[in-house]
Design a protein around this ligand. Structure first.
Ligand code: GDP
Ligand code: IMO
Ligand code: MG
Length: 424
C-alpha cells in the first residue's frame, strides 16, 4: 500500500493527529486536504506534546514533504504563529508547500462567524475561526486564494471589492467595519513570510504519487461533513475520503486504502444531535481519563457510547477499509460497556442515519452490553496482551462493521500504538 487516507469516523477528535504522526514516519508526503484551524490534532512523543491546527502532522517527522492542499482554508496569521511555535521548540527543518488554490481566511470571516453564531436560533457551536464564512465566499466566488498573494494588483483589487461588501454586512450586523489599508498592509506582511511556500500542489502531488508514499490527513470527522454529516450542525467542508481527489487535484484511482479513526467511545464538541450521549459519573470518568477537552477551543467534549449506526454510515459514504480504534485505555475500569447497534425511531428499528437532524434527535439508541475490563492496558504492545474483554470489544466492532481493526491505541504517546496489520 503506497497511499493511505486517515479519516475521522465520528464527530472529530478521534486521534487522527496521533495516527497521522505515527504513519508519517513511514510516508514521504503528508497532505492536509480540508478544513482550517478549526482542527486541533494532538501529538505526543518523547514526553513532549504538540497541538497542530493547520500544519500537516508530518511536520514532526524529519524529511517529509508537507502539503496544505486546495481544499483547505488558511488563516495566514495562525499559520505563521504555528510555524513560529514549532521553531521555538526546535522543529525547523520541515518542507512545507501551500496550494495556490487554498482559500484565505480574513478577519471579516472570523467576525462574521461569531456574528452569525449570535443571531438566529440554530447556534452551531462553531470554533469561531471563520471557517464557514470562508467556505461560503469560496462557493459564492468572492473568496481570495493563496496564489492571489503572488500577484499584488490582482490581490489588492479583489480584496477591495470583497471588503466593500463585507463592511456593509458587518454594519448590518452592528459590528465594527475594517479599514482596507490596515488589512492590506497586514496581509502584505504575511505574504513576505509565506510566499515561498505557495505553489501548484496538484502538479507536485501528481509527480510525487508516481513513486512516493503519500498520507492524506483528514480534519474533523465524517459526521461533521457538509454533505453526509448531521446537517446543519456540521463544518463547511467534507472530510470523507471521497473528497480527497477534489480537494487535492488528483485522480480518484489513487484512493483505495482508507483508515477510519474511531474513538472506543464517542465525543462531540459544539451543538447538534448525538443519540448515544450520556452524562453521569461514568461519562465524567471518561472525560477526565481521556482529557476530553477541545484541542482548539478548550471546550469540554460531550461524551457518548460507541455508535455503530454512525460507523456504518461513515463506512458507506467514505469507503473505510480498515479501522484504528483509539483511546481504548480510557475504558479500563468501567463495569459494563454499551454499543449502539440501531436506533428506535417512532417505534421502528432503523439502522440508517436520518437526514433530518430533528429526527435524529428523536432516535433512541438500541444497545448491546459487554462486560468491561479492570486492568490497566497502557503498557500493552500487542493484541494478544489485551485482557479477554478488551479483545472481545475490538472483535465486536470488527464483526458489526465488517471492517478489520488494523490498529489500536492505548495512550496518547507515539509508542502506545499497536499495529495488528500494516496499513502503509
Ligand atoms: P484529532 O483531532 O482527531 O487529531 O484528535 P485530538 O488530538 O483533538 O484529540 C484526541 C486526544 O486523545 C488527544 O488529546 C490525544 O493526545 C489523545 N489520544 C490519542 N490516542 C489516545 C489513546 O489511545 N489514549 C489516550 N488516553 N489518549 C489518546
Ligand atoms: P479535528 O480535526 C471536533 C465542530 C465545531 C462545530 C462544528 C462547526 O480536531 O477533529 P466550524 O468552526 O468548523 O464551522 O464548526 O464543527 N468542529 C470540530 N469538532 N473536532 C474538530 O476538528 C472540529 N472542527 C470543527 O465544534 O460543532
Ligand atoms: Mg481535534
Amino acid at each position: 500500500m503506497s497511499n493511505v487516507v486517515v479519516v475521522g469516523t465520528q464527530w472529530g477528535d478521534e486521534g487522527k493527529g496521533k495516527i497521522t504522526d505515527f504513519l508519517a514516519q513511514r510516508a514521504d508526503v503528508v497532505v492536509r486536504y480540508q478544513g482550517g484551524n478549526n482542527a486541533g490534532h494532538t501529538i505526543v512523543f518523547n514526553g513532549e506534546k504538540f497541538a497542530l491546527h493547520l500544519l500537516p502532522s508530518g511536520v514532526l517527522s524529519p524529511d517529509k514533504i508537507n502539503i496544505m492542499a486546495n481544499g483547505m482554508v488558511i488563516n495566514p496569521e495562525a499559520l505563521i504563529s504555528e510555524i513560529d511555535g514549532l521553531k521555538e521548540r526546535g522543529i525547523t527543518d520541515f518542507d512545507l508547500r501551500i496550494s495556490n488554490r487554498a482559500h484565505i481566511v480574513f478577519p471579516y470571516h472570523i467576525e462574521l462567524d461569531s456574528a452569525f453564531e449570535n443571531t438566529g436560533s440554530d447556534k452551531i457551536g462553531t470554533t469561531k475561526r471563520g471557517i464557514g464564512p470562508t467556505y461560503t465566499d469560496k462557493a459564492f466566488r468572492s473568496g481570495l486564494r493563496m496564489g492571489d498573494l503572488l500577484d499584488l494588483d490582482y490581490f489588492k483589487n479583489r480584496l477591495k471589492a470583497a471588503l466593500d461588501i463585507k463592511n456593509n454586512v458587518l454594519k448590518m450586523m452592528n459590528r465594527e467595519t475594517i479599514n482596507f489599508d490596515d488589512l492590506y498592509q497586514k496581509y502584505l506582511g504575511y505574504r513576505e513570510i509565506i510566499k515561498n511556500y505557495i505553489c501548484d500542489t496538484s502538479v507536485l502531488l501528481n509527480e510525487l504519487l508516481e513513486d512516493k508514499k503519500v498520507l492524506f490527513e483528514g480534519a474533523q470527522g465524517v459526521m461533521l461533513c457538509i454533505d453526509h454529516g448531521t446537517y446543519p450542525f456540521v463544518t463547511s467542508s467534507s472530510p470523507t475520503a471521497a473528497s480527497v481527489p477534489l480537494y487535492t487535484g488528483i485522480a480518484p484511482r489513487h484512493i483505495n486504502n482508507v483508515l477510519g479513526i474511531i474513538k472506543a467511545y464517542t465525543t462531540r464538541v459544539g451543538e447538534g444531535a448525538f443519540p448515544t450521549e450520556f452524562s453521569n459519573d461514568v461519562a465524567d470518568k471518561i472525560r477526565k481519563t481521556g482529557n476530553e477537552y477541545g484541542t482548539s477551543t478548550g471546550r469540554p467534549r460531550r461524551i457518548g457510547w460507541l455508535d455503530l449506526v454512525v460507523l456504518n454510515h461513515t463506512k458507506r459514504v467514505s469507503g473505510i477499509t480498515g479501522l484504528s480504534v483509539m483511546l481504548l485505555d480510557v475504558l479500563s475500569g468501567i463495569q459494563t460497556l454499551k454499543i449502539c447497534v440501531a436506533y428506535k425511531y417512532k417505534g421502528e428499528i432503523i439502522n440508517v442515519m436520518p437526514s433530518i437532524v430533528d429526527h435524529l434527535n428523536e432516535c433512541e439508541p438500541v444497545y448491546i452490553e459487554m462486560p468491561g475490563w479492570q486492568e490497566d492496558i497502557t503498557e500493552v504492545t500487542s493484541f494478544d496482551e489485551l485482557p479477554m474483554n478488551a479483545k472481545n470489544y475490538l472483535n465486536k466492532i470488527q464483526e458489526l462493521t465488517g471492517i478489520n481493526v488494523k490498529m489500536f491505541s492505548v495512550g496518547p504517546d507515539r509508542k502506545q500504538t499497536i499495529e495488528v496489520e500494516k496499513v502503509l
